[in-house]
Ligand binder design. Structure first.
Ligand SMILES: Cc1cc2nc3c(=O)[nH]c(=O)nc-3n(C[C@H](O)[C@H](O)[C@H](O)COP(=O)(O)OP(=O)(O)OC[C@H]3O[C@@H](n4cnc5c(N)ncnc54)[C@H](O)[C@@H]3O)c2cc1C
Length: 339
């Protein structure tokens, strides 16, 4: 068969699949584009039934039907072009704000962390520096990079253990700083693999909320970080990062798998205070526990299922609503099917 013959050279890139099996299954399931992906010599790795517990900080949950690890931006664009129109696509950074239900995620996950890793200064003057970062770069790396270049104002990113793409999607922030405070421009990609250049003004930004360009994903960003004409700036900034990290070590259960704050803080209050006031600190369901150190964190004490974690989320939400009449909004994202 012609297609099979043409593909042989590229087959080792498809992990865990024998050539003929891959092609037969692609053709049978009418994922002709999937077969074409191989023919087009994509350089990334396509995986099947990828356990998402390996890729989320909760270390729990089901499998993704398919997962693609692009090599770079062109490879990512090439891969997206091959996907059938009806294929669900879900971008994942470091999975530090994500729960995939035990029944798994239908469609294709795209991992950015191994591919989009460029970070560099593109312009500086006395007032600030423009830092270009791709979506797969870890946010703490941007904080350290900015400090190294004498910038002050990006230190908060050191406390956010995800990628730049995730921070852009969530408008992640802490200690008074938010990601989009620093953004001037982003590059996005749509599901046809077409890149778009967008100014920050095209997005509506709120507390842990970003709207705009809904059917696109972040590929890169231009941050503008203030820079003082002070030769000690770099040291000051590095010290601030150290201080911020020690505050986190003191207040968060970083030794156990978790996904940071489960709920957004309601206006003029703290989700952790409300949950604790409901007597839920230390409450367990299966292997999941409301942290004794920080009540807005749920930790995996070992062997927690996604269902255990979600049940605790619902328990806390219901308890706070019943006791205080406050509807807590979830900050973590939950995707996929129940088992
Ligand atoms: C210990 C701990 C502490 C934390 N502290 C904070 C904190 O102080 N402040 C805070 O805001 N968050 C905090 N978080 C949550 C989390 O780190 C942030 O939300 C982070 O920005 C998520 O990045 P990620 O790469 O892990 O995203 P993921 O968890 O992989 O994804 C989160 C969402 O972003 C989307 N996404 C990911 N990449 C892209 C992309 N390239 N384009 C479009 N959408 C994308 C995903 O589809 C998903 O919907 C904490 C988490 C942990 C585990």
């Amino acid at each position: 068969m012609r297609v099979e013959g043409l593909m042989t050279a590229c087959l080792p890139r498809v992990e865990g699949f024998h050539a003929s099996e891959f092609i037969r299954s692609a053709v049978k399931r009418q994922y002709w584009n999937e077969a074409m992906a191989v023919e087009n010599q994509l350089r990334g790795q396509l995986k099947r039934r990828e356990p998402m517990a390996r890729h989320v900080s909760w270390r729990a949950g089901g499998v993704a039907d398919r997962a693609y690890v692009p090599v770079d931006r062109d490879d990512l664009a090439g891969f997206l072009k091959t996907l059938p129109a009806q294929e669900p696509v879900y971008f994942v950074g470091l999975g530090s704000n994500l729960l995939v239900r035990d029944g798994g995620l239908r469609g294709t996950v795209v991992f950015t962390h191994w591919a989009l890793r460029d970070v560099r200064v593109v312009a500086t003057n006395n007032m600030g520096a423009e830092i270009y970062a791709e979506a797969g770069v870890a946010s703490p790396k941007v904080a350290r990079f900015a400090a190294l270049h004498g910038c002050e104002g990006a230190e908060f990113l050191a406390g956010i253990p995800g990628t730049v793409g995730g921070a852009l999607a969530m408008n992640a922030g802490c200690y008074g700083g938010e990601t989009w405070d620093l953004v001037t421009h982003v590059t996005t990609i749509d599901r046809s693999g077409v890149l778009h250049e967008r100014d920050a003004a095209e997005f509506q930004i709120g507390y842990r909320s970003v709207r705009g360009a809904e059917n696109e994903w972040f590929v890169a960003v231009l941050f503008c970080v203030p820079r003082r004409n002070d030769k000690n700036s770099s040291e000051k900034s590095r010290n601030k990062i150290k201080e911020l990290l020690s505050r986190r070590i003191a207040s968060q259960p970083l030794q156990q798998p978790n996904a940071g704050s489960v709920f957004r803080n309601p206006p003029n209050d703290y989700a952790a205070r409300l949950i604790e006031a409901c007597g839920l600190k230390g409450r367990r369901i299966g292997g999941a526990e409301i942290s004794r150190k920080h009540s807005n964190f749920i930790v995996n004490t070992g062997g927690a299922s996604a269902a255990d974690i979600e049940a605790l989320i619902e328990l806390a939400r219901d308890a706070v609503r019943d006791r205080f009449g406050i509807a807590l909004e979830q900050e973590v994202r939950i995707v996929g099917d129940r088992a």
